[in-house]
Every structure is written in C-alpha cells, then in structure tokens.
Design a protein around this ligand. Sequence first.
Ligand SMILES: Nc1ncnc2c1ncn2[C@@H]1O[C@H](COP(=O)(O)OP(=O)(O)OP(=O)(O)O)[C@@H](O)[C@H]1O
Ligand SMILES: [Mg+2]
Length: 444
Amino acid sequence: MRWFPQSLSVRLFLIVLAGVVLAMTLTTNLQRRERARVFSEYRANMAVTHIADTILLLATLSPAARVSVTAALPRDEWRVEFDSPPPPISNEAVLVYSKNLNERLGDAAQVDEAWLCFENRTSCPYSVVIKVRFKEDQSLWVAYRLPTHERPHRREELAMQSRIAIFISIMSIVAWGVVRLALRPLQRLVQAVQDFGRDITRPHMDESGPIEVRKAAQAFNAMQEQIRSHMAERMHMLLAVTHDLKTPLTRMRLRLEKCTDEALKDRLQADIGAMQSLMEEGLELARSLDTTESMQAVDLDALLQSLCDDAAEAGLDVTYRGPAMYGIIVMGRPNGLGRVFENIIDNAVKYGYYARVVLVQQGKMACVRIRDGGPGIPDESLQEVLRPFVRIDTSRCRDTGGTGLGLTIAVNLLKVQQGALSLRNHPQGGLEATVQLPVAIVAK
Ligand SMILES: Nc1ncnc2c1ncn2[C@@H]1O[C@H](COP(=O)(O)OP(=O)(O)OP(=O)(O)O)[C@@H](O)[C@H]1O
Ligand SMILES: [Mg+2]
C-alpha cells in the first residue's frame, strides 16, 4: 500500500481521526432520525386533533348542512367525499390512532377506518384519511393534509456543521498529542539503538514508564550488556593469542641466527616480519571496533597540526593548512581520530610521495582533505580498498610493506564517531581522501 503514510505517528493519527469522524457521523445520523421520528409523531397528533375538532363540529350540524360546510373547507388541506370512493390511500399507510380518535369523538361519530400516512407522501398526499359515520348513519371520507413543515433554517444547519468542524479540529489536535505521547518511548528506543551503534559503552536506557516500555528497555539493556561482554571476551582472546605468539616468533628469530644459508635466512626473516606485522595490525583492527575510549570535544585543527608537524619532523613531506581564523571542534575519540589521520597520511606518503592536508568547514561538517602526488587508485577499486586485506596490485610489492588494514581501521574508527571516509582520484592527479565529521562547536 504505497499511498499509506510511512510514518507510524501519521498512521496512528489517521486511524484515531477516522474513528472520531465515524463516531461523529453515526451519532449525528442517529440524532437526526430520532428528531425526525419525534417530529412526525408530534405532527400526527396535531393532525388527529384537527380532524377530531372538525368532525365534532360537523356532528353538531344536520346532514344537509354538513355538505355545504365541508364544501367551504380550504381545498389544499381538506378533501371530503360523501358518496364517492375514498381518496387515494397508500398501501403501506398505517392504521393507527383510530382508537385515539374514537375516544376524542365519543358518541358524536364513529370512526370506521383511519390511515396515517406521513412517511410516504408520494403515494398518499394526505396526512390523515378516515372514514367516519355520524349518528344519522351518514358516512363520509375525510382527508386532511397538514401544511408541509419548513426545513430547518439554512443558517441553523450551517451553525451545526461549523460546530462539528470545530469539534473535529479539536479532536485532531488532541489525537495528534496523544499519538506523539504514546510513541515517545519508541523514539527513545530508536535513539538508544542509534547511540549503541556508535558507542557500546553508552549508559543504560532509563527503565521507567509503562510495563511494556519498561520491559523493552530491560531487554535492550540486557542485550547491550551481552554484546559488551562478548566484545570484551573477543578482545581478551585476541590479546592472549598475540601475546602467546610473540614468544615462539622470538624463538624462531633467535634460531635463525644460527642458519648458515644467507638466502634462506633472509627469506625466513622477511616471513617472520610479515607475520609479526599481520598480528599487530589484526590487533589494531580489533581495537578499532572496540569503542571503550570515551567521546570528548576534540580540536581538529590542533590535532591535525600536531600530527603533520610530527610527520614533517620525521622527514616526511607533509604540510597542513587549517581554517584561518578559528579552530573546529568535533565530538570524537582523540586517539581513534589520531589513528585515522595517521593511516591516511601514511598511505599518501607511502604511495603518493607527499601529503597535503587541508581542514575546512562545510555547513555543519568538518572536512579534512588529504591529497598526494601518486598514481591514485583505479576508479573501480576505490570502494574495494576500504575492505580488510585488500591491496591493489601496484602496492603488493614488499617495499611498501602493508597488510591492507589501514583504511579498514580508519573506516571503522570513523563509523563509531559519526564520521565518513571517501576516496577519489583528483582531476589534477593523485589520490584525495576526504574525512567528514559533524562539527560540535565552532571556536571563535
Ligand atoms: N594514497 C594512495 N595512493 C594509491 N594507492 C593507495 C593509497 N592509499 C591506499 N592505497 C591502496 O589501498 C590499499 C589499501 O590501503 P590500506 O591502508 O588499507 O592498506 P596498506 O597501506 O596496504 O596496509 P596498512 O595500512 O595496513 O599497513 C593499499 O594497499 C594501496 O594499494
Ligand atoms: Mg595503509
């Protein structure tokens, strides 16, 4: 159902509103019917009273005088037939009120038949039709029509409609408020899940509120605890394995010293070196997923300045240009951010000879661009190199000595700080890595 709104709040609001409108329509309809029923009963009573009064009057007259008097009755309301057949009567006309009428007439006259036809005006144009017999045994049909009642005034109807509109508007506002209130716990849960994705050490969810909300919060907190201990366990295991591997590797190195075949010795030493760096980087990758370092305000300008200064001091061709007037503060983990930029600057120098680092602010985002003077990366591999252990052919040679984890680590570290890394081949040559982070405060 594409037309159905996607937002749960809007859906619930529409359902509640539809219920209110339906209830209103039904109530108004029932009210209208009841009013019409009472009104028609009142008119029937009025018609019966009129006709009874007229017949009582006729009863006081002689049979001959009755004929001339009835001829004078207004034609549009009365029809009286002495000898002819009865006026048209609907089949569905109801025989009622004859008892009532007889009681009113007493001994003056006898009602033989009586029809009341308010419901079906087309088949019976009269309100009441009766056959009456006077004491002298003179019978006659009397049909009487009440003047048609006027429809309720247009202005009254409009007032009624505007009252309904006001009621529905008030109910809409109330319904919207109720829906927002009811969905607030769900929004809190969504926020908690999002925060948890960024920081597994985030404080537990508040476990207060209605039973269902409390249960959901308890389940969420339990899950958070389980994942946290699972991650810690994994980290401990990795640390233990790495630590235990160090001893046999050192032993192998020592034993190699006794090897007389120089060529074999060199090859084995290179292999041991590769194993060692794999172990270290693997450990680094695991640490990048561990978000135990707490989030804090970090002056990105100062951080980049000191990283680039350190690199330049170490003899690397690295320069930095920050914002002219003020620093840029982001919420992040200082060590994690440091590792991100170190890895990218290291790549730029390793594969592209130099690194030109620039920090700018674009709207609410801090934007760090690191450009080099190398061959770049084929466009089809720009995404692939972000995956673990992916190294493109040109850099597979041993002298660059990487394991293909640096960019993966950077991506992981940025993800938990709401940041993002993207790569592109600059139109004027070299690779340009861009790191984006949401700005917390702009320091003046
Ligand atoms: N500035 C760059 N210029 C050209 N190629 C690059 C650049 N940066 C990364 N690459 C390519 O992307 C691959 C993945 O980089 P990544 O940093 O993840 O691993 P690495 O540098 O090979 O090893 P590590 O960083 O783990 O020591 C590299 O092997 C290289 O082929
Ligand atoms: Mg690297």
